[in-house]
Write a new protein. Structure first.
Length: 271
């Protein structure tokens, strides 16, 4: 409030000017939305979830990486995909890899957004090889624009890679995570996509952020706050397999999987 004295025709009058005080805006990101899984390949009004890129590593414990894109004008919520990988083991006829690692769920894909996926696959050698690898886009819940309030994608910026020669997984990929969301979201892991010097995908993974413990020989500073919290933090993942040979570290991409809430059973939480 501001009081101003005004003099007019010898009369002094007090004029009160009011100024609106800022009002805290309530967080409009819902705690949950109803799920109605349908085909993720086709959205109401056109477009859908498409596979933009795929790639696998070529030696050791092979991993696969891929990038998906939402080409629709709808929000894709909890999109399920399965890695469709065919391998030949010990010279036997080719067959698909099966198991819980092959299926994962992307919490949110906004219109036009790209998100990575990845998993370790199989050890390759003279008798084992990957015959083919693709992504089967399965189901999602299509939501109208604006139905998640002020939800915005959490962004990740690659920082560095530390390689440690150890029998157990010990390599560390550190990155900066930034969230402009008005409340803490639930972390459902972080996807990493590895690329070579030409930009081709050479592997990937889906891993717990915030370290899952410090890697042997590479002490890491704990993050300032948990993954998917509002604000900024430096955090890291420890790949379950050796980072693929030929990886150009500077091209490494990370994608925080931040959800409205935790599902009763998380298909992402398997190793």
């Amino acid at each position: 409030m501001l009081v101003v004295a005004v003099v007019a025709a010898g009369v002094i009058a007090a004029v009160v000017l009011t100024r609106d005080e800022p009002v805290a805006k309530a967080c409009d990101i819902p705690g949950a939305v109803p799920e109605q899984p349908v085909s993720a390949k086709t959205a109401p009004g056109g477009g859908g979830i498409e596979v933009a890129e795929t790639g696998v590593s070529s030696s050791g414990l092979v991993s696969m990486g891929a990038v998906l894109r939402n080409t629709s004008e709808r929000i894709a919520y909890r999109t399920r995909v399965t890695l469709n990988v065919v391998v030949s083991v010990n010279g036997l006829p080719p067959g698909p890899i099966q198991g819980p690692l092959m299926t994962m769920e992307i919490p949110v894909l906004l219109p036009g957004q790209r998100v990575g996926v990845g998993r370790p696959l199989v050890t390759v050698n003279a008798t084992n090889k990957v015959v083919s690898a693709d992504v089967d886009v399965r189901t999602t819940t299509w939501l109208p624009p604006g139905s998640l309030g002020g939800f915005s994608p959490v962004t990740d910026t690659y920082e560095s890679t530390s390689r440690v020669k150890a029998r157990l997984p010990a390599d560390v990929v550190r990155y900066t995570e930034r969230s402009a969301n008005c409340r803490a979201l639930v972390s459902r892991r972080t996807a990493v996509v590895f690329r070579n010097a030409t930009g081709a995908i050479v592997g990937g993974g889906l891993l717990p952020p915030d370290g899952k413990g410090n890697a042997a020989g590479s002490p890491q500073q704990p993050p300032a706050s948990p993954s998917c919290s509002p604000g900024e933090r430096s955090t890291w993942i420890v790949p379950l397999q050796t980072i693929p040979p030929g990886t150009d570290d500077r091209r490494t991409e990370l994608y925080s999987y931040c959800d409205l809430n935790a599902p009763p059973s998380d298909v992402n939480a398997v190793d």
